[in-house]
Design a binder for this molecule. Structure first.
Ligand code: SF4
Length: 759
């Protein structure tokens, strides 16, 4: 390959390591070509080995998926065994202008840096972000090259262009020549040219739009759908090998992006599905609907977030087309024997081993024309207009009810969350879906059982799974035979793209109330929202100091009932004023309680049933604890809906505080959680409690990085992953031990102070 460096250009001396993990499996042509053209020596790790499984402990937390945990071993191997000067691990935020990548592909370089305690210059992590920074993410590659000793911006730009071209070429070569990622990965330079020439010469045709519609593989083909870094690495290779004995296998990379996109478009806002998972899903829909395969196997990492969303669609498509479907999850504990048994049972049950007759042509019966309709929200048939239901989080039902009733809507609110309601959700929820969706799905079933046929739910396609809740729940409830319509309220901005749909959904909910009613309802709702969040903070203050334990709680419960019945802003404010007066009147004990900040995922932090009443437990300890919490609905509304200057400034301060540890947003409140922990130290907190739901991607990234933040800032952080199985007794014990630790540290600090040590 021609050396593009200027004549006499000094060859940079740095040697970097490129771990073969996650994004590398999709973007290696880009990484290789970029580093080659700028003249930086690099070494890649090979596929994972069982030794890497032993090294999983390098990952400071257990919650990340196996694909992330194994990355720590690859990184360590490059630094220790290959003695590279730095790791080259780009932060892959988005590969397309319409969607993002899994938050872990965004956060990986920062997790590695924190988890392996590396200096910033040890992890070179330029950003790829076609969606939010289409014009300026390239700058981070110029900065990365400069850290690698290459100052020639022109050369770097050319290298990036060449890399992007190589990436796109490899993508199309894989679908045109039906090559797997590993075929291309393992091949030396020039393989592309050879393959394309072979294709031109042999008239060798792939299937789908890249070639004739007629499949060239016989029935008995198996679609194996999953991430390349799972399928082609330690965990998936056995599955590929075994399935090949039963006939040709078709992998997502062998389906052209056009075919995958066309079928993905049949799902409402399918184009906003995470890039890699969107292609996997689109490929599966295409192969199933065009009957190009006779079996379908989905392989995903244990607790994989995006997989929990796409699996539902894939199993449905397979079911609709009579194709046997098997879902396998793998992690470091997966025993090969168990996997082999399940796979053999599945393959035996749906097809005899295939005697390999290369490329026999087979004409399947004409595929049923899949009913492709674009971009319409998934709506079941006409539904009678009965009462409207609204799912809940914390005290949100009070302002929501005020708004809807002011607009003349008969609204039914769910009862308090309970084990029964959560079980209702669990029965329908996909495995590894995050707990908030299980709780919301349970509430929806409870509402439907009470005669509700339309349910309001917020949504907004972003980096994490929240955006898919509404339509996945619609799909699950419809498949379970419920005749219900989920009215998903998304932000109306950008208005040109989303305004009409927003109005359509709002009209479906409230019809056309008078503008005065809407304004009155909205004002009352927002006032109640702000007053409720302030009342909660006053309750935290009183809990930490009240002489008679529980007095504040009782007064707060009364306040909630009064606020629910407040019919106007004035009566709401009056109700709040009385509450403040009473709370201030409560006798307090002397002394300074421990100061603890609660951070984490918004639903778990704001829904007492889900977080097992953590704040109340902390407020009941003999050791007095003053809980501080800044993550509430008021803050969310101020920043995401009203964009108040204070909220915007506050958001900037928090993300600035996180920047040293994680400079990119990873969806949800992942980045903010890290920033809040750093700010908690500055605000003199004794400790931080981090609450997040099982498998929550943004918070698993934050949890991983908080280990380093805690170490660096000498600030105890207790990360608590909450799921349906979380027990109150165990949780209370951990919280009590944590508070004892904080009290001990505070005593120690006071002693050191007395002895005249500054700190
Ligand atoms: S959660 Fe899933 S999509 Fe994300 S990195 Fe892990 S395996 Fe990949």
């Amino acid at each position: 390959m021609r050396d593009l460096r200027p004549r006499g250009g000094r060859k940079p001396s740095m040697r970097v390591g490129v771990p073969r993990i996650l994004g590398f499996y999709y973007l290696f042509p880009l990484y290789r070509e970029f580093l080659r053209v700028i003249g930086v020596d690099f070494v890649e790790t090979p596929c994972s080995t069982p030794k890497d499984l032993d090294q999983m402990k390098l990952c400071p937390t257990d919650e990340p998926c196996v694909s992330v945990k194994i990355a720590f071993s690859h990184a360590e191997r490059l630094l220790v065994e290959d003695k590279v000067e730095a790791l080259f691990v780009p932060s892959v935020v988005s590969l397309d202008q319409k969607n993002y990548c899994c938050p872990k592909m965004m956060g990986l370089p920062y997790m590695l840096r924190a988890g392996l305690d590396l200096e910033p210059e040890k992890v070179i992590s330029p950003v790829i972000d076609f969606k939010d920074n289409p014009g300026c993410w390239q700058k981070t590659w110029i900065q990365a090259a400069s850290k690698l000793g290459v100052k020639d911006r022109g050369l770097v730009r050319r290298a990036l262009e060449r890399g992007l071209l190589a990436w796109k070429e490899s993508e199309s070569a894989m679908s045109r020549c039906r090559l797997s990622v590993l075929d291309l990965l393992e091949k030396r330079e020039g393989v592309l040219k050879v393959l394309l020439r072979k294709e031109a010469l042999s008239g060798f045709k792939a299937f789908g739009t890249a070639g004739v519609k007629e499949p060239v593989v016989g029935s008995g083909a198996t679609a194996i759908l999953g991430h390349a870094y799972v399928l082609h690495d330690l965990f998936g290779r056995k599955i590929l090998e075994m399935t090949r004995a039963f006939g040709p296998i078709i992998l997502p990379e062998m389906v052209s992006p056009e075919d995958a996109r066309q079928h993905l478009a049949t799902i409402f806002e399918g184009e906003k599905m995470w890039a890699v998972e969107g292609h996997i899903l689109g490929s599966g829909l295409f192969l199933a609907r065009d009957r190009l395969v006779s079996r379908m196997i989905m392989v995903s990492a244990f607790s994989c977030g995006p997989a929990s969303i796409i699996e539902n669609y894939l199993s449905r498509a397979a079911e609709d087309n009579g194709i046997p479907f098997l879902s396998l999850t793998v992690d470091e504990h997966t025993g090969e024997a168990g996997l082999v048994t399940r796979l053999e049972a599945f393959l035996d049950s749906c097809g005899k081993p295939f005697l390999r007759k290369s490329l026999c042509v087979y004409r399947p019966e004409p595929a049923r024309k899949s009913t492709i309709h674009r971009n319409s929200p998934p709506v079941p048939g006409p539904v009678p207009a009965g009462p409207v239901g609204a799912v809940n989080m914390g005290t949100l039902n009070i302002p929501v009810a005020s708004l809807l009733r002011a607009c003349g809507v008969e609204v039914v609110l769910p009862g308090p969350l309970s084990d029964t309601v959560v079980t209702l959700g669990k029965e329908l929820a996909p495995e590894f879906i995050c707990y908030p969706m299980v709780a919301l799905l349970g509430q929806m079933r409870e509402l439907i059982h009470r005669g509700v046929d339309r349910i309001i739910m917020i949504q907004g396609k972003g980096r994490c799974r929240l955006g898919w809740y509404a339509q996945v729940m619609q799909e699950l409830l419809t498949r379970a035979g419920y005749r219900v319509r989920i009215l998903a309220v998304d932000s109306p901005f950008p208005w040109k793209e989303k305004g009409q749909l927003f109005l359509q959904v709002v009209r479906e909910i409230v019809g056309s109330p008078g503008p005065r009613d809407v304004v009155r309802g909205a004002t009352l709702a927002i006032s109640k929202l702000f007053l409720l969040d302030r009342a909660q903070d006053l309750l935290r203050e009183v809990r930490a100091r009240e002489e008679e334990r529980g007095l504040g709680e009782r007064r707060y419960k009364e306040f909630l009932r009064e606020m629910e019945n407040a019919s106007g802003v004035l009566s709401a404010v009056e109700c709040f004023r009385r509450f403040v007066g009473d709370m201030r009147g409560i006798r307090r004990v002397p002394g300074e309680p421990l100061r603890v900040s609660i951070v984490g995922e918004i639903y778990v932090v704001n829904e007492p049933y889900v977080n097992k009443e953590v704040e109340k437990i902390l407020g009941s300890f003999e050791q007095r604890v003053r809980v501080y919490r800044r993550l509430d609905v008021t803050g969310w509304v101020n920043y995401h809906l009203l964009k108040t200057p204070v909220a915007v400034l506050d958001y900037r301060l928090v993300t600035k505080a996180a920047e040293h540890y994680i400079p990119v947003s990873v969806g949800g409140h992942g980045q903010e959680t890290v920033g809040e922990a750093v700010m908690a130290k500055r605000r003199g907190m004794d400790g931080v409690i981090h609450l997040f739901p099982f498998t929550c991607m943004p918070e698993i990234i934050a949890q991983n990085i908080l280990v380093k933040v805690s170490r660096d800032l000498q600030l105890p952080v207790l990360s608590l992953m909450i799921s349906e199985q979380t027990g109150v007794a165990g949780l209370t014990t951990r919280l009590e031990a944590f508070c004892d630790l904080l009290a001990g540290r505070r005593k120690e600090k006071a002693k050191r102070h007395e002895r005249g040590y500054g700190y």
